[in-house]
Structures are given as structure tokens and as C-alpha cells.
Design a protein around this ligand. Structure first.
Ligand SMILES: [Zn+2]
Length: 210
């Protein structure tokens, strides 16, 4: 597989971490009616390709395999959605300063057990990194680096930097705050941050008029 666990590559992800980006594959996650973005196995492959988990060749291979084994592809999709919800619950709780529910941790541990036999420690620059070298991509292999990323963040990351978008409409996007003074509040300043600014502006204007 193309993905290497590497702290530098995390910076290219929207949220800062692969596991958080995956948790964000449900739009409006904290709203009453969240919106699914993973409708079929192909969506999962497309997501993994854009995040660099799969090379274009690997993605094409898995798309074909998914077509040949539709039952198994659907099973992997449901498993992915289950893992994603567990990750969202875990990191959302951590962002709020709480602790993870045992059933969510159990789900992550189950995914880690599938991933760990395929992990190899390889040299990288002057250190080491986890890689999936030699591992044959299978339908479910997309979940390996995701669960590994979650384990890495939970055990080695600064958990006080995990945040959830503060937008009142229930955006619910998770992110890793890399600002110096821990000041990030939004998934994206151009999106939710801007909407909030507009909302506050109108509130002030209506307050002035009344
Ligand atoms: Zn947001």
C-alpha cells in the first residue's frame, strides 16, 4: 500500500490526521440529521485515493475487486462506517475533555487487530515509520492505516489539541489544532468560521435596530 505513517504527511490532511479526516466523512456530524458521504464502496476507495492511502493503481485494483465481490465490498463499507462512527465518538469525547465509551474503543481495537499483522517498521530518514510494504491491498485494507493513525494519535499525540468545529449548526468536523495558542475553533475559517462571523454581524445589526 502507498500509505506510510509519517507525521509530515499528516500536515497535508484537512484535519491534520488521517483518522480525523476519516471521521469527517460524515457531513454535519453533530447535527440532528448528519449527511453521509460514503454511499458505496467506490466512495470509500475514492476518499482513500485523495488522502494518499491508495495509489491510483491500487485504487483501480480495489474498485475492480469490489465489483467482482459486491457482497464483501458492502460488508467492508458497513464495517468502515462502524469504525468511523466509533472514531467520531472517541475523538469528539476527547475534544470535549471527556473519555471514550468502552464500546467505541472496542470497535477501534477490533480494527487494530486486523491491521497489526500487516504493519512493518521501516527506516525513514534518520528514524523509523510504520508502513504496509509487501501487504497486498484487500477490500478492507483501507481501514488499516486509519485505525493505526487513530492509535498513534491517542497514544502519542497531544490530545489537548483535538478540537471539534464550534459552528452552531452542528458541523461537527474534528481537527488537530496546530496554532501556537490553541485558538483554532473552526474546521475551516473560510467556511464555518466565516458563516459564524456573518451570523454575529447580523445579530449585532439587529440588536442595534431594535
Ligand atoms: Zn465547521
Amino acid at each position: 500500500m502507498a500509505w506510510n505513517s509519517d507525521l509530515e504527511t499528516h500536515l497535508e490532511l484537512t484535519s491534520g490526521w488521517l483518522c480525523l479526516d476519516f471521521a469527517n466523512t460524515m457531513d454535519m456530524h453533530a447535527a440532528e440529521e448528519p449527511q453521509e458521504t460514503l454511499h458505496d464502496y467506490k466512495d470509500l476507495v475514492a476518499w482513500a485515493e485523495t488522502r494518499g492511502v491508495l495509489s491510483p493503481g491500487e485504487a483501480e485494483g480495489l474498485r475492480k475487486q469490489g465489483k467482482r465481490e459486491p457482497g464483501q465490498a458492502e460488508h467492508v463499507l458497513q464495517e468502515s462506517i462502524g469504525l468511523r462512527e466509533a472514531l467520531y465518538q472517541i475523538f469528539s469525547a476527547v475534544a470535549a475533555g471527556g473519555s471514550a465509551q468502552p464500546q467505541n474503543l472496542e470497535q477501534l481495537n477490533k480494527a487494530l487487530k486486523h491491521a497489526s499483522p500487516n504493519m512493518s517498521l521501516v527506516p525513514k530518514d534518520r528514524g523509523f515509520t510504520w508502513a504496509w510494504e509487501g501487504a497486498q491491498p484487500s477490500l478492507g485494507s483501507i481501514l488499516w492505516p486509519i485505525s493505526q493513525s487513530a492509535a498513534e494519535l491517542l497514544t502519542l499525540g497531544d490530545l489537548t489539541r483535538i478540537g471539534e468545529c464550534a459552528a452552531e449548526d452542528g458541523c461537527g468536523w474534528l481537527f488537530f489544532d496546530t496554532t501556537k495558542n490553541h485558538s483554532r475553533r473552526w474546521c475551516d475559517m473560510r467556511d464555518c468560521g466565516n458563516r459564524d462571523k456573518v451570523r454575529r454581524y447580523y445579530k449585532r445589526q439587529t440588536a442595534k435596530l431594535s
